[in-house]
Design a protein around this ligand. Structure first.
Ligand code: NAP
Length: 309
């Protein structure tokens, strides 16, 4: 007989892990599904400095690993999967298609987070893993005494550019405007770091190389002048797209494909909730994701109590 879970949580970043912790403590039969290792995008962040309780900051991997241990301690099961294929609503239960299985649950919390955005320009796909990267924490150490570029002007780009100066001799930060989106404190650190050079008002046009990244071509958007830079690596931090494809057509999404919810983090499908970066919320932060995970679990518990014996 197929097991029926009280709640299945899809995604094992801070939102999903917190939801699993709360659901486990509420003695719900809880399964969390995660692709590869738990932790989500936060796990690939070198140092998280704005999560309360850690005045010196804490490594993203270490923090999310602790969250995972805490969820396991209270009885949540964690299942490693390849891919969630779909979500269906039928006969009171939700059906989740995952790999070759069909899993059943009384309620579902979607906490699938988001993936890094990329640019569709020559060289990006070709050199992925050969100098093109989306994770400075994972790949930064390969660039000791080398020259790298970070594309983007938000908090992620700023933090990762700073992180890369631990290894690289020079970090170009290519930003499409003349002002950064990153927080002021990060802007001050960028200015104070003589290994960082910001290339303002510019778009990356192509990446060139012979088997690996060797050069990038950048165009100034005002003058249309193109400049070639010798670089060994290009790191993309231009925002993210939510992992919501599997629930398209069932769950209402906004124009950028983030999940639309009510105040109880409820979606248009009764019994399906959403939390964290995949949701159309105002702030993508670990602290926010954690709060949303807790709320979604409490609301899922209420839903199950009210709708099932
Ligand atoms: P983000 O804030 O959306 O910034 C994306 C950056 O990439 C922006 O500077 C944007 O330029 C640029 N960009 C977007 N599309 C582009 C394109 N097609 N070509 C060139 N540049 C492009 O994304 P994020 O930095 O990944 O951060 C995501 C969320 O996580 C944010 O809410 C952020 O505050 C949060 N976060 C917080 C921290 C922290 O608090 N320490 C750390 C990391 C992330 P424009 O500025 O011109 O739009």
């Amino acid at each position: 007989m197929v097991e029926i879970y009280d709640v299945i949580i899809i995604g094992g970043g801070p939102a999903g892990l917190t939801a699993a912790l709360y659901a486990g403590r509420a003695r719900m039969k809880t399964l969390l599904l995660e692709k590869a290792t738990a932790g989500g995008q936060a796990a690939t962040t070198d140092l998280i400095e704005n999560y309360p309780g850690f005045p010196e900051g804490i490594g993203g991997y270490e923090l999310t690993e602790k969250m995972k241990q805490q969820a396991l301690r209270f009885g949540a099961e964690i299942g490693e999967i390849k891919e969630v294929g779909g979500l269906e609503d039928g006969e009171g239960l939700k059906l989740i298609r995952v790999d070759d299985l069909g899993l059943k649950a009384k309620s579902v919390i979607i906490a699938t987070g988001a993936e890094p955005k990329t640019l569709d320009i020559p060289g990006v796909a070709e050199f992925r893993g050969k100098g093109v990267s989306y994770c400075a924490t994972c790949d930064g150490a390969f660039y000791r005494d080398k020259v790298v570029a970070v594309i983007g002007g938000g908090n992620s780009a700023a933090e990762e550019a700073l992180f890369l100066t631990r290894f690289a001799s020079k970090v170009y930060m290519v930003h499409r405007r003349d002002q950064l989106r990153a927080d002021k404190i990060l802007q001050e650190r960028l200015e104070a770091n003589d290994r960082i050079e910001i290339v303002w008002d510019s778009h990356l046009k192509k990446i060139l190389g012979n088997g690996k990244v060797e050069e990038m071509v950048v165009e100034n958007k005002n003058t249309h002048d193109r400049t070639d830079y010798r670089v060994d690596g290009v790191f993309f931090y231009i925002g993210s797209v939510p992992n919501t494809e599997f629930c398209e057509g069932l769950v209402n999404l906004d124009e950028r494909e983030f999940i639309i919810t009510g105040g109880a983090l409820d979606t248009n499908v009764p019994g399906v909730f959403a939390a964290g970066d995949c949701r159309a919320n105002l702030l993508k932060q670990v602290a926010v994701a954690v709060g949303e995970g807790a709320l979604a679990a409490v609301e899922a518990e209420k839903y199950v109590e009210e709708n099932f014996d």
